[in-house]
Design a protein around this ligand. Structure first.
Ligand code: ZN
Ligand code: ZN
Length: 404
C-alpha cells in the first residue's frame, strides 16, 4: 500500500468523479479578484462534503476540516485565472471574456490553478470518506488573486489566522510542465521574490522639430532602460539569479511631437531579501540619476510584490519522504536552484512564523512538448494532472496527520 491507501482503481474513480467539476472550472476561469463563480462553486462542494467554511476577503474561502483531537496543518490552493485567450484546442477550452482595466480580454486558467483547487477538493472528499486514515484539523485555504500577488496578503489582512485554527505547517502545490506522476522541489528558497513598478518619466513637451525646447521623456526612458540592464550584468554576482525585465512602455502620440510623459513597467526577481534590497536600491539610484542628468523627473510606483517562497529544510525532508513513498524516489526531482517564477503562498507561513513546504507536480503525458505556464497553449491532461495532484496532496497530508 502507498502512503494514501488509495489503490489505482480508487484513485481513478475519485478523479473521474471530479473531472466534470474540473472541466467546468477550466471552461469558466476568472481574473484575479473577480473569482465570484469559482468561489461559489468551491463553497457548494464544501457544503456537500460537510466541511465548515467562511470567507476571508471578498473571494477568499477558508474551509476547516476537523477529525478529532490532534495537530493542525494548512493546505493552500489558488483559484484565479489569467488575461490570456486560450489556444489549447481542448474540448473544454475557455471562451470566456472579462474586463481588465477598462479593456475586454480573454480569460484562461493558463497557470493551471483549476487543477490546484479541484485536486484539493477531491483530496478533501477522500479524507471525509476515510476518517479512519487521519486525525486532527486541516485548514483549507482557497486563495484568490495569486497572479497579482495580492490574494494571500488580503486574506491575512482579512484576519485568516484570527479566525482559522493556527497550523504548525503550511503546505501547497503547483502544476508545472512536468510529466504526470512527477514532483519537484528544493529546500530553502523555491522561487524568487518579485517586485513590479510603474516608472513615470516627466519631461517637457515641444514640437518634434525643436528638440532643444524639449526635455524628451522618450530618450530619457530609453537611456534608463538600457542602464537598468547593468544591474544584472554589473551590480550583482554572476549567476545570482536576478532578473530585471521592462515588460511594457508607452509614450507619445505622433512622430513629430515630443511628449511630456513616458511610462514603462519594470519587473524584478531576486533570490533573497538581501539581494532584493540592493537591487531595488540600484533601480532607484539609476532612475533618479538618469532623470537628474537631463532635468526630467521620475515617479516610481509600486505595482505588486511577491514575498519569499522559502521551504523549511526540516519539513521539506518530511514532504520528500512522503512523495518518494507515493511516487517512487526517482519521480521526485530535487531542484538544483530556485525557479525565477514567484508565488505569494509563503506569506501565509511567514505571517505566523511557521514553516512552509511548497512543491511542483506534473500534469503532462510523457513526450508532450514543454509548454510553460501562462502560455495560451498551457493545457494539462485533466485526469493525469488531477491524479498527480490528489496523490501528492493526500500523501503529504497523511504523512503529517496520518493514522491516530
Ligand atoms: Zn501563474
Ligand atoms: Zn500559478
Amino acid at each position: 500500500m502507498t502512503e494514501t491507501d488509495l489503490d489505482d482503481t480508487d484513485l481513478d474513480e475519485l478523479v473521474a468523479r471530479w473531472l466534470p467539476f474540473y472541466e467546468d472550472a477550466h471552461r469558466h476561469p476568472e481574473l484575479s479578484g473577480q473569482e465570484v463563480r469559482t468561489t461559489t462553486r468551491i463553497e457548494a462542494e464544501l457544503d456537500r462534503l460537510g466541511v465548515e467554511h467562511f470567507r476571508v476577503s471578498e473571494t477568499g474561502v477558508v474551509g476547516v476540516l476537523h477529525n478529532g483531537p490532534g495537530e493542525t496543518v494548512a493546505f493552500r490552493a489558488d483559484i484565479d485565472g489569467l488575461p490570456v485567450t486560450e489556444e489549447t484546442g481542448l474540448p473544454y477550452a475557455s471562451t470566456d471574456r472579462a474586463e481588465l482595466n477598462g479593456n475586454e480580454v480573454g480569460v484562461m486558467h493558463a497557470c493551471g490553478h483549476d487543477t490546484h483547487f479541484t485536486s484539493l477538493l477531491a483530496t478533501v472528499e477522500h479524507l471525509r470518506t476515510h476518517p479512519e486514515l487521519w486525525a486532527g484539523t486541516i485548514v483549507l485555504l482557497f486563495q484568490p488573486a495569486e497572479e497579482t500577488g495580492s490574494g494571500a496578503a488580503e486574506m491575512i489582512a482579512g484576519g485568516v489566522w484570527d479566525r482559522a485554527p493556527r497550523p504548525s505547517v503550511v503546505l501547497g502545490q503547483h502544476v508545472m510542465p512536468l510529466e504526470i506522476g512527477m514532483t519537484a522541489l528544493k529546500a530553502q528558497n523555491l522561487m524568487s521574490l518579485a517586485d513590479s513598478f510603474t516608472v513615470t518619466v516627466r519631461g517637457k513637451q515641444a514640437h518634434g522639430s525643436q528638440p532643444n525646447a524639449a526635455i524628451d521623456p522618450i530618450v530619457t526612458s530609453a537611456s534608463m532602460i538600457m542602464k537598468l540592464q547593468t544591474i544584472v550584468s554589473r551590480e550583482v554576482a554572476p549567476g545570482a539569479g536576478v532578473v530585471v525585465t521592462v515588460g511594457s512602455i508607452a509614450g507619445g502620440t505622433a512622430p513629430n511631437i515630443i511628449p511630456d510623459l513616458c511610462t514603462f513597467t519594470v519587473n524584478i526577481r531576486t533570490p533573497d531579501e538581501r539581494t532584493r534590497e540592493s537591487v531595488l536600491a540600484a533601480l532607484r539610484r539609476i532612475l533618479q540619476s538618469e532623470a537628474e542628468a537631463v532635468r526630467a523627473s521620475v515617479d516610481i510606483g509600486e505595482l505588486n510584490r511577491f514575498p519569499r517562497c522559502y521551504n523549511d529544510p526540516e519539513q521539506t525532508t518530511v514532504v520528500v519522504a512522503a512523495l518518494s513513498e507515493e511516487f517512487g524516489a526517482d519521480q521526485v526531482l530535487r531542484m538544483p536552484a530556485a525557479a525565477t517564477g514567484s508565488e505569494d503562498v509563503g506569506a501565509f507561513a511567514d505571517a505566523i512564523d511557521v514553516p512552509l513546504v511548497y512543491w511542483y507536480f506534473g500534469g503532462f503525458p510523457p513526450g508532450a512538448p514543454t509548454i510553460s505556464n501562462h502560455s495560451p497553449k498551457f493545457g494539462p491532461d485533466g485526469p493525469g494532472a488531477l491524479r498527480t495532484g490528489v496523490s501528492a496532496a493526500l500523501a503529504v497530508l497523511l504523512r503529517y496527520r496520518g493514522r491516530p
